[in-house]
Write a new protein. Structure first.
Lengths: 108, 115
């Protein structure tokens, strides 16, 4: 089966840097994605890692280590609008399994 | 480009009643997904369509849930009869080809409350 672990909550202040970790166990692993979801909103795609290493998109970066079954999402220069839930998701066999999500609260 | 459209946005029904949700994916997207999301949890896949074909419905509770995508575009998810535990947000998503590297685009969801 597939399983993902990520912290349930993270709190940080505006302007800070925060890292959200994700560990996974899955057969047929293909890649790791990150999605953002504001309260009452739809999950929206942030980043995808198919290969080991760091992918950078503006203030957000995502990292993958396939040998360690581990990845993280790095958010820099935090803004209040970044307060949301962040989900890691593994792709396998053309399906996707989501983690339970990390609720990020950004404080002034 | 229009995103994934779902209706209704909210639905309140009494237990044992039937309910249906509708989804229109992004134009040209062959793959359509229905997810269930409980409060504080991640989306859980119910069924995946490649065009008209349901290629993964292993997580769909088939005793009460059914889905269809007759012309390979719009899709309907039905629950009959609904139970209290079905209260959740039902999300529809689509992707171009459904490959492992595809981004999934989600609709706003239908929030179902069963009383």
């Amino acid at each position: 089966g597939q399983s993902l672990e990520q912290p349930s909550e993270v709190t940080a202040v505006e302007g800070a840097i925060v890292q959200i970790n994700c560990t996974y166990q899955t057969s047929g692993f293909y890649g790791l994605s990150w999605y953002q979801q504001h309260d009452g909103g739809a999950p929206t795609f942030l980043s995808y890692n198919g290969l080991d290493g760091l992918e950078e998109t503006g203030r957000f970066s995502s990292f993958l280590s396939r040998s360690d079954s581990y990845g993280y999402l790095l958010l820099q220069e935090l803004q209040m609008k970044d307060s949301a839930s962040y989900f890691c998701a593994v792709s396998y066999n053309n399906d996707m399994r989501f983690g339970a999500g990390t609720r990020l609260t950004v404080k002034p | 480009e229009a995103g994934v459209v779902q209706s209704p946005r909210y639905k309140i029904i009494e237990k044992k009643q039937p309910v249906a949700f509708w989804c229109n994916p992004i134009s040209g997207h062959n793959t359509l997904y229905w997810y269930l999301q409980n409060l504080g949890q991640g989306p859980e896949l119910l069924i995946r369509y490649e065009n008209e074909e349901a290629v993964d419905d292993s997580q769909l509770p088939k005793d009460r849930f059914s889905a269809e995508r007759l012309k390979g575009v719009d899709s309907t998810l039905k629950i009959q009869p609904a139970e209290l535990g079905d209260s959740a947000v039902y999300l529809c998503a689509s992707s171009p080809q459904g490959s492992n590297a595809d981004t999934q685009y989600f609709g706003p969801g239908t929030r179902l409350t069963v009383l």
